[in-house]
Design a protein around this ligand. Structure first.
Ligand code: DAT
Ligand code: MG
Length: 149
């Protein structure tokens, strides 16, 4: 069982696509473990995107992610990280396949609607950055047998 941090970024919330985006992960078969509506502080954004600190787009990335509220979520399941990333589509929406979130709703890399952890190590770090353990719910999904063998 793997966990991943997913964010509906400020453009997703402002465009009224939060429900649509959440629904994609839900219908895929990922299981929700935590969710909160929040606005990221500059400090949280700088920590979350610390790996990109030296990149030319870093400051606009921090501006963008802090520019409005987001929906932060933890989704879990077998291969949750890879499953979530394939549902999201390629980083640049112009290259993202139709049927993915970014391919269906995005036009530019700087407005790509959604974040998802990219490795098990980063997923653990990111989940802990956004959620306390008592904010994650351990629950039995009654239709699990129809999603996982
Ligand atoms: P992803 O969000 O698909 O994991 P990433 O971790 O490489 O992509 O980059 C984080 C975010 O930074 C990405 O969602 C959008 C932005 N970004 C990445 N590469 C960029 C670039 N070349 N120009 C502008 N923004 C970029
Ligand atoms: Mg990334």
């Amino acid at each position: 069982m793997e966990r991943t941090l997913i964010l509906v970024k400020p453009d997703g919330v402002q465009r009224g696509l939060a429900g649509e985006i959440i629904s994609r992960f839900e219908r895929r078969g990922l299981q929700l473990a935590g969710m909160k509506f929040m606005q990221m502080s500059r400090q949280l954004a700088e920590e979350h995107y610390g790996v990109h600190k030296e990149r030319p787009f870093y400051s606009s990335l921090v501006e963008y992610i802090t520019s409005g509220p987001i929906v932060a979520m933890v989704w879990q399941g077998n291969d949750a990280i890879a499953a979530a990333r394939s549902t999201m589509g390629a980083t640049n929406p112009v290259q993202a396949a139709p049927g993915t979130i970014r391919g269906d709703f995005g036009m530019e890399i700087g407005r790509n609607l959604v974040h998802g952890s990219d490795s098990p190590e980063n997923a653990v770090k990111e989940v802990n950055l956004f959620f306390n353990t008592d904010e994650l719910v351990d629950w039995q999904r009654t239709n699990d047998a129809w999603i996982c063998e």
